[in-house]
Design a protein around this ligand. Structure first.
Ligand SMILES: [Zn+2]
Length: 256
C-alpha cells in the first residue's frame, strides 16, 4: 500500500480491541499539502485505478458518446489547456462527452473525466467549461474517491485487514458504475474541488469569475424548478458561491 506523509488522523478514542485497526489507520493517513489536511487512504492508487477503469468501461458501454464534433472539440480544447498548464502528460488522461442532455459531469480514479453533452452546451464560454473540468480534475488529484472508499471500508471494519494490491476490488466494494458516477462526494470534498479547480483554471489563463457565473446560473435554473442533475450532488448554495468568490478574489490579487 502506497503511503506518504504524516501519520495522525482524528480518530475516535481507541479501545484495546481496535488497536490493530488503529495502527493500520495511523499508517494509512497521508498529509495532503494542497488541502492542508490528512486523508485516510486505505486503498492504494493502483487499486483505485482498477476500480476507475472498471467503472469507466461499464459507463461507456451503457452510454453513447456525443456525436457533435464541436462539443468534443470544446472539451478537448479546455482539457488540453488545463493539463498543459499543470504540466501533465495528456495521454495519461481520458475525457469523453456523453450523449446525455442532463447537466452533469463526473471524475473517476485513473484520470478519467466524463462530461454530458448538456453540461458542455450549458457552458457559454471555454472559461465556464474550465470551471467544470478544473473541478473534476481536482477531485482526481485530491484522491477524493480513494478517501471516500477508505471511509466506507473503515465504517465496515475492513480497515483491520491489509488489502493486497492484487485484490479484486469490485468484490470488496460490490459496486461498479456507482463508484464516482452516482455517489455524491462530501460537502468538504466539493468545496476542496472548487478551490483547487479554480486554481487549475486560473493557472491555464481562464477567468475564475466564470466559475461563479456558472454555478449561479445553475442555481437559478434550480430555482425555476429545473434542477440540474449536477446540483443533486453539488449544491450551489450561498456557502459554495461565497467560497468560490473568496478564492477567485484571492487568485486575482495573486495575479496582479
Ligand atoms: Zn464535485
Amino acid at each position: 500500500m502506497r503511503l506518504a506523509g504524516q501519520v495522525s488522523c482524528n480518530l475516535s478514542p481507541p479501545s484495546c480491541s481496535i488497536w490493530p485497526a488503529l495502527f493500520l489507520a495511523l499508517q494509512a493517513c497521508a498529509y495532503n499539502p494542497a488541502i492542508q489536511r490528512e486523508q485516510l487512504l486505505l486503498v492504494s492508487e493502483p487499486q483505485m485505478q482498477e476500480l476507475g477503469a472498471y467503472s469507466w468501461t461499464e459507463y461507456r458501454n451503457q452510454t453513447a458518446e456525443a456525436r457533435d464534433p464541436a462539443l468534443r472539440a470544446k472539451a478537448e480544447r479546455v482539457t488540453n489547456r488545463i493539463l498543459a498548464a499543470k504540466g501533465e502528460n495528456r495521454s495519461s488522461w481520458e475525457v469523453a462527452v456523453f450523449d446525455d442532455s442532463a447537466l452533469n459531469a463526473f471524475a473517476l480514479p485513473g484520470r478519467k473525466i466524463g462530461l454530458n453533452a448538456g453540461m458542455v452546451r450549458f457552458c457559454r464560454t471555454d472559461d465556464e467549461l474550465a470551471a467544470i473540468i478544473g473541478h473534476e480534475i481536482a477531485h482526481i488529484e485530491l484522491r477524493h474517491a480513494a478517501e471516500r472508499a477508505s471511509q466506507d471500508l473503515a465504517a465496515r471494519g475492513i480497515m483491520s485487514v491489509v488489502i493486497p494490491d492484487d485484490t479484486n476490488m469490485e468484490s470488496i466494494f460490490g459496486i461498479g458504475t456507482t463508484l464516482g458516477v452516482l455517489l455524491p462526494f462530501s460537502r468538504k470534498h466539493e468545496l476542496e474541488a472548487d478551490q483547487i479547480g479554480l486554481r487549475y483554471m486560473a493557472a491555464a489563463g481562464y477567468d475564475p469569475q466564470a466559475a461563479i457565473d456558472l454555478w449561479s446560473r445553475m442555481a437559478d435554473q434550480a430555482g425555476r424548478g429545473g434542477t440540474p442533475t449536477l446540483l443533486s450532488t453539488h449544491p450551489a448554495d450561498s456557502e459554495r458561491i461565497a467560497a468560490l468568490r473568496a478564492e477567485a478574489e484571492r487568485l486575482a490579487k495573486f495575479r496582479t
